[in-house]
Design a protein around this ligand. Structure first.
Ligand SMILES: [Zn+2]
Length: 445
C-alpha cells in the first residue's frame, strides 16, 4: 500500500534549509531564526494524556510510552554529528496559571496551552490521541502532525518557543482511510520531521522522483531522501537499515547549530542561478549538490534566493506596502544559494520545485513555487545559455573551504521582459540633448 500523507508545518516555509529567515525589523535580515545556542538545552513540555486511543476511547499508546518516544525523536536531532542542539523534557505542559494542564483533548484546551507558547514561556508537545483536535481545527484528517515555532524574538533573531501536535489516529490500530495505520517507526520519523520544524528547519527536495517509484521505495533513493521531504511516501528509514537523518538533514542542522568541529567537517558550495541572459537572477529554483561517488545517497540542497523575501511589497494597491516580515531585501541575495556539504566532490544541478509542494508542504521563498524557467541542468565550467545541460564538472570541497561562483546560467529561458519594451530614449532624448545644450558654458539657459 502506498502511504502518501501530508506532513504539515503550520507556518509558511521560507527556507529549503532554515524555516524562517529574518526580515526588516524582524531578527537579522537574511539570517535564519534559530534557538539561542547559549541557552541549550531547549526545554519542552509534554501532554499528560495518552499518545493514541481508539475511537472508542481505549488507550493504545500510553502516556509513558509516548513520552519515551518523543524523547527518542528529539534524540535523533540532538545526536546528529557536528551540530550543537540539545533538548530536555521539562515536565507536563503548564496552564497560563503555572499549574500542570490536564490531558489536552479539546480545541479549547489546545488554545489555552498555545497561549504560553505564543508568549514564549513554554514549548508544548500535544498528543491529539484520537485526532479530535485536528478535526476541530478544520484540518484534513490525513495530517500525521504539525509543528512550528510559536514566538520569534524580533530583537535577537532567536526562536523563543515552539510546539508540535501528534495525530494519534495513525497509531490507534484502526487501519481505515484516511488514517492509514503507520508502523511505529514511520510515525516516529514523521514526528521527528515535525520536530525538525520545531527546531527551525524547512522542507528539502532531493530524489523527488521517489514519489513515482512505488512502495516500498528503493533503499538507495531513500538514503538520500531528506527526512524534511514534505511528504511521507516510503517505508521507515529505520526499517530500511538507514540512519534516521539523511545527509541533507544533518548538513542543515549543523549549519544552523554549528558545533566546534563544524568548520572542519563541512565545506560550502555557493553561487547564483541566472536566466539565459546571465544577468537576471532566478528565485525559487531547487539546487542540489550530489556526491560524485554516491550521487543518489549523499546530496544536500537549498532553494535559490532562500535568504531573500518572497514578497518585497509594493506601494501601488495600498494593501501590501511593506511586504513580508520575512526575508532580506538585499538584492544581491536574489537567486543566491549556498549549500553546506561534507568534504568531497560534488556535481551541482538545478531543478523545478515539485508543483504539489505548496502552503504547509511548501519550500523556498515562493509559494506556490514557480516552475524552473529553463530545463533541468548541471553546472559545468563552460556555463552559458547554450551548453549541454547534462554536462557536469566536479566541484571539490575540503572541510572549512568555500567554493564560490558555482553559477548556473539556465538554457533557453525567455528574454527579459524589458528587452521587448520601448527603450523610451527616443522620446526623451531630444529633451535631454536640449537640456545639455542649454547647460553649455556661454549659452543662455
Ligand atoms: Zn514538514
Amino acid at each position: 500500500m502506498v502511504v502518501l500523507v501530508l506532513l504539515l508545518v503550520a507556518q509558511t516555509a521560507l527556507g529549503g534549509g532554515p524555516l524562517t529567515v529574518g526580515g526588516p525589523s524582524n531578527g537579522t535580515p537574511g539570517q535564519a531564526f534559530v534557538w539561542n545556542p547559549a541557552a541549550m538545552p531547549i526545554q519542552y513540555r509534554v501532554d499528560v494524556g495518552p499518545m493514541s486511543t481508539t475511537p472508542g476511547g481505549q488507550v493504545v499508546v500510553t502516556n509513558g510510552s509516548g513520552l519515551q518516544r518523543v524523547q527518542a525523536m528529539f534524540g535523533n536531532w540532538q545526536q546528529s554529528p557536528h551540530a550543537a542542539v540539545q533538548y530536555q523534557y521539562a515536565g507536563p505542559i503548564l496552564l497560563p496559571t503555572g499549574t500542570p494542564a490536564p490531558d489536552i483533548a479539546t480545541l479549547s484546551q489546545y488554545n489555552t496551552v498555545l497561549g504560553p507558547c505564543q508568549q514564549g514561556t513554554e514549548s508544548p508537545i500535544i498528543f491529539d490521541d484520537n485526532g479530535g483536535i485536528i478535526a476541530a481545527l478544520g484540518l484534513p484528517p490525513d495530517i500525521i502532525g504539525f509543528a512550528s515555532p510559536c514566538k520569534l524574538d524580533t530583537q535577537t533573531g532567536y526562536i523563543d518557543s515552539a510546539f508540535a501536535l501528534l495525530n494519534g489516529q495513525f497509531q490507534d490500530g484502526v487501519n481505515v482511510y484516511p488514517n492509514f495505520e503507520l508502523s511505529a517507526d514511520q510515525f516516529d520519523e514523521a514526528i521527528t520531521h515535525e520536530l525538525g520544524h520545531f527546531t527551525g528547519l524547512a522542507h528539502s527536495q532531493i530524489n523527488d522522483s521517489i514519489l513515482n517509484m512505488g512502495y516500498p521505495c528503493p533503499v538507495d533513493q531513500l538514503a538520500g531522501l531528506p527526512l524534511m521531504f514534505p511528504f511521507l511516501a516510503c517505508q521507515s528509514r529505520k526499517e530500511a537499515g538507514l540512519p534516521i537523518l539523511a545527509p541533507d538533514d544533518q548538513a542543515w542542522l549543523a549549519k544552523l547549530y554549528p558545533a566546534q568541529d563544524f568548520n572542519a567537517s563541512y565545506g560550502t558550495i555557493k553561487g547564483v542561478i541566472f536566466f539565459s541572459d546571465g544577468q537576471s537572477p532566478v528565485q525559487g529554483a531547487n539546487v542540489i549538490a550530489r556526491s560524485t561517488t554516491q550521487p543518489v545517497q549523499v546530496a544536500v540542497s537549498v532553494v535559490s534566493g532562500y535568504r531573500f523575501t518572497g514578497n518585497p511589497g509594493q506601494s501601488i494597491t495600498g494593501d501590501n506596502i511593506g511586504g513580508s516580515a520575512y526575508g532580506s531585501r538585499d538584492a544581491t541575495l536574489i537567486g543566491y544559494y549556498e549549500i553546506p556539504v561534507p568534504p568531497g566532490t560534488y556535481t551541482v544541478e538545478v531543478e523545478s520545485i515539485d508543483s504539489s509542494f505548496q502552503g504547509g508542504s511548501g519550500l523556498g521563498p515562493l509559494d506556490p513555487p514557480i516552475p524552473l524557467p529553463g530545463q533541468h541542468e548541471f553546472w559545468n565550467s563552460e556555463e552559458s545559455a547554450f551548453e549541454d545541460p547534462t554536462a557536469s564538472d566536479p566541484v571539490t570541497v575540503n572541510g572549512g573551504q568555500t567554493v564560490d561562483q558555482i553559477n548556473i546560467i539556465l538554457n533557453g529561458t525567455q528574454p527579459r521582459f524589458d528587452q521587448f519594451e520601448d527603450p523610451g530614449a527616443w522620446v526623451t532624448m531630444p529633451e535631454v540633448l536640449r537640456e545639455r545644450e542649454d547647460r553649455k558654458p556661454g549659452v543662455a539657459a
